[in-house]
Design a protein around this ligand. Structure first.
Ligand code: ARG
Length: 269
């Protein structure tokens, strides 16, 4: 008799767990950024959209497009948000805006670094990137990073590229810092700089879309960096949900589809 009671209660318990599992899967139950019901409606995303092919203004539209933009919209949808609003701000303003609660998440080709990890939570990595540099086409005495010592380098403020350029400052390089990545490249075109240090896929896209008329890649890639989505340390629950959504999109093929759309090949496994 006792055995039957034990078995029965196990059965009832299992049923309960199953039911809870199903309930948890319904989108409406998922908590939003601030945990308030109103916030479930809308995911507020910050970016700095001068970073093609990850985030840049869509032609003839007020929207932003790119791999990051497609990905975060898919993530928001997967998480059950009705709306995904993208806000444009300075790159160095994004982490402060996350921490003050003005943004739910930020996706902006953010490299996962130890320094930043002290301030925010990163999602699981979603893209393998790294720093590289281009020089003006008429610059022929730069074949490696150290050769930039006597040169003028343009970078975007607050980026890992800017940090990397600083290594050459004490050796005599002039580093010019710009608010956007586009402006840094423009400086090269206008001969105000000899080189730009930035993320390799962004430099490749820039060269392919007109940049190769006056710029070329030089030297070897400088670093390997992973991109992650930025979330406030006050919101570990949201970070878990973003990771779960990324897992789901990787599993159901959406991630690969977007990757191929923007980079022309399947992601390396
Ligand atoms: N990956 C580099 C970093 O984390 C550059 C990112 C710049 N992103 C942008 N949207 N402008 O510092």
């Amino acid at each position: 008799m006792k055995k039957i009671t034990v078995l029965l209660s196990i059965f009832v318990l299992a049923l309960g767990i199953l039911a809870a599992g199903c309930g948890g899967g319904s989108k409406g139950d998922k908590k939003a950024a601030s945990g308030t019901p109103a916030a479930k409606e809308e995911l507020i995303v910050g970016t700095e959209p001068s970073f093609a092919p990850f985030e840049f203004p869509e032609k003839d539209s007020k929207e932003f497009t790119g791999f990051d933009m497609d990905l975060i919209r898919a993530i928001a949808k997967e998480m059950g948000y009705k709306k995904c609003t993208i806000r444009n701000m300075g790159f160095d303003a994004l982490i402060p805006a996350i921490n003050s609660g003005n943004l739910d998440v930020s996706i902006a080709g953010f490299s996962i670094t130890e320094e930043r990890k002290k301030q925010v939570i990163f999602s699981q990595p979603y893209y393998k990137s790294g720093l590289a540099f281009v020089v003006r086409k008429d610059v022929n005495d730069v074949t490696k990073f150290e050769d930039l010592q006597k040169k003028t380098i343009a970078v975007q403020m607050g980026t890992t590229g800017a940090l990397y350029a600083d290594k050459l400052k004490e050796k005599g390089a002039v580093v010019k810092t710009f608010n956007t990545s586009d402006l840094a490249c423009m400086e090269l075109k206008n001969k105000g700089a000899d080189a730009v240090i930035s993320d390799l896929p962004v430099l490749q896209y820039f060269l392919k879309n007109g940049g190769s008329e006056y710029a070329k890649l030089a030297g070897e890639p400088l670093t390997a960096e992973d991109y992650g989505i930025v979330i406030s340390k006050k919101n570990p629950e949201l970070a878990k949900q973003v990771d779960a959504a990324l897992d789901a999109l990787k599993k159901n093929g959406t991630y690969d589809k977007l990757y191929e759309k923007w980079f022309g090949s399947k992601p390396a496994k």
